[in-house]
Design a protein around this ligand. Structure first.
Ligand SMILES: NC(=O)c1ccc[n+]([C@@H]2O[C@H](COP(=O)([O-])OP(=O)(O)OC[C@H]3O[C@@H](n4cnc5c(N)ncnc54)[C@H](O)[C@@H]3O)[C@@H](O)[C@H]2O)c1
Length: 466
């Protein structure tokens, strides 16, 4: 069904914010940022006139399932058709929210069998992502799958193959890939704003129990209410453990730790900005610092990755860090370091600082010169003065630049809108299965490196472990 509705267009523009107005009055915004923001509104202005209705099913209606669905329903033409979850309380919550008539089930295959569903969001525990994605594509559904695309590296090719074979849209849910802030950073990096990239330092720190994944466990959690037998169909057989159901990230049997939860965001963002296909060596180390709650995945972890020189970029190193008991109070920063400056990505905002070397080599000051005889010092100073002008000896300066996205800007809405654009128009998705796998594999390799204490060798072009 086509929608020709000015009201929904207006409503949508309100939801994404009065972008052009806000950027115009922001003292930090550049002309380029304004142009970018205005371009987004124009893009939607064009499309909104005739958009197909898309009927959506949600599989996994926990925290992110709620956020993803609420965001999807802001996109005009998207309608909720059904919700699947294993925990009874979340299906009750779904009916409380959307009415008793809403189709709900705890069997995702039943939801996939429904003819009135065009697309599904997969927001389950990581261990189920690959299996449900393949089943959904096979059933002819378009898929938006949360990150990490896979729980195991061996699942990557089957998912990529299914995306090709069934010809449906598959987009992975790393919303930073659709951020106008990240797009600006990508553009500036390619334009040589910070010289040649040689290092990326990425940090995602937290300091709270919720941040460390200790979400509230409902009082009625038991093997029946959580459909535990179904839950462990995708894992090794385990007796019921409410923590493994509700705090799954912290357990290797069901989750992927900080690497799969947060390194993956830092990797997706970095791959997007640098156009990189990925690293060739991966090393990681971790420790248990504070959250003594039975978890078997570290709460403090670092990774070091070597990205080889490629046609897309020069060789660079990436360091990744997550600290769940960080006295910083929490921070999320990706700092791209080049030979002439840095781009710091903080949330969706950017700060660009420059540091340029003088043309002339150093001479004097903290140098060996003062240790020579007076006559040698004088003679060499004369030579230096004759060779280099004052201008060549001075460090050049270049102003810092800040880019702020408009207030209320939401990269998640952009990412989900991009997904529905692809569903409707068949245009290339912003984060396809290959991109998703190229980010997931190094993240998962961090866990492998942590457990085996080995450096993992990865072929980023062929996407294979070496
Ligand atoms: N893009 C982001 O910024 C972002 C943020 C948070 C979470 N996530 C991702 O979203 C996913 C869900 O995370 P969450 O925080 O919502 O977890 P959650 O524990 O709150 O919710 C997961 C839900 O999946 C359900 N589930 C598990 N297996 C199922 C199955 N076979 N069929 C149907 N339902 C099933 C569970 O019952 C649970 O309600 C994860 O993959 C996570 O990495 C992404």
């Amino acid at each position: 069904m086509k929608i020709h509705n000015q009201n929904s267009r207006r409503k949508f523009l309100q939801l994404i914010g009065a972008t052009s107005l806000i950027t115009a009055t922001s003292p930090l915004s550049s002309f380029a940022a304004q142009a970018k923001a205005e371009e987004r509104i124009l893009r939607y202005d064009k499309k909104i006139g005739s958009i197909d209705k898309v009927r959506l099913g949600v599989i996994g209606y926990g925290v992110q399932g709620h956020f993803d669905l609420a965001t999807a329903l802001k996109v005009p033409g998207v309608e909720l058709a059904g919700i699947c979850d294993l925990y009874t309380g979340r299906l009750e919550n779904a009916k409380e929210q959307f009415g008793k008539e809403l189709y709900t089930t705890n069997n995702y295959m039943d939801l996939l069998d429904r003819k009135d569903i065009d697309a599904v969001f997969i927001c389950t525990t990581d261990v189920w992502h690959a299996r449900i994605t393949i089943d959904a594509l096979k059933k002819g559904k378009h898929v938006y799958c949360e990150k990490p695309m896979v729980y195991k590296i061996s699942e990557g090719y089957p998912v990529m193959d299914a995306a090709k074979k069934y010809g449906k849209v598959l987009q992975v849910g790393s919303q930073r890939v659709s951020s106008i802030g990240y797009a600006k950073a990508k553009e500036l990096l390619a334009a040589g704003e910070i010289g040649k990239l040689n290092m990326v330092n990425a940090v995602y720190d937290r300091q709270s129990s919720i941040g460390a994944w200790e979400y509230t466990i409902p009082k009625d959690a038991n093997p029946m209410t959580t459909n535990w037998d179904k839950f462990i169909e995708a894992t090794e057989k385990m007796s019921f453990d409410a923590k493994k159901f509700f705090w799954w990230r912290a357990f290797k049997e069901v989750g992927t730790g900080v690497a799969g939860d947060l390194f993956i965001h830092l990797l997706s963002g970095t791959h997007f900005m640098t156009n990189s296909l990925g690293p060739e060596t991966i090393y990681s180390t971790g420790q248990f610092s504070y959250w003594n709650d039975g978890r078997n995945m570290p709460d403090v972890m670092s990774g070091v990755m070597q990205y080889p020189k490629a046609k897309e970029h020069d060789a660079f190193q990436m360091t990744l860090q997550v600290n769940f008991i960080s006295g910083t109070g929490g921070q999320e920063i990706i700092r791209l370091v080049g030979s002439e400056g840095t781009i710091e990505v903080n949330g969706n905002n950017l700060s660009i600082k420059h540091s340029l070397m003088p043309e002339a080599p150093g001479f004097g000051g903290y140098d060996s010169l003062f240790t020579f005889s007076k006559s040698m010092q004088d003679e060499m100073q004369k030579d230096y003065n004759a060779k280099w002008t004052t201008d060549q000896r001075n460090k050049k300066t270049k102003e810092a630049i800040f880019f702020k996205v408009p207030e209320g800007y939401n990269d998640h809405l952009d990412h989900i809108t991009n997904f529905f654009d692809s569903v409707r128009t068949g245009k290339q998705v912003v984060e396809d299965a290959t991109f998703g796998f190229r980010a997931a594999a190094p993240a998962l390799s961090c866990n492998e490196s942590y457990f085996t204490r080995k450096i993992i060798q990865w072929d980023p072009v062929e996407m294979k472990l070496k």
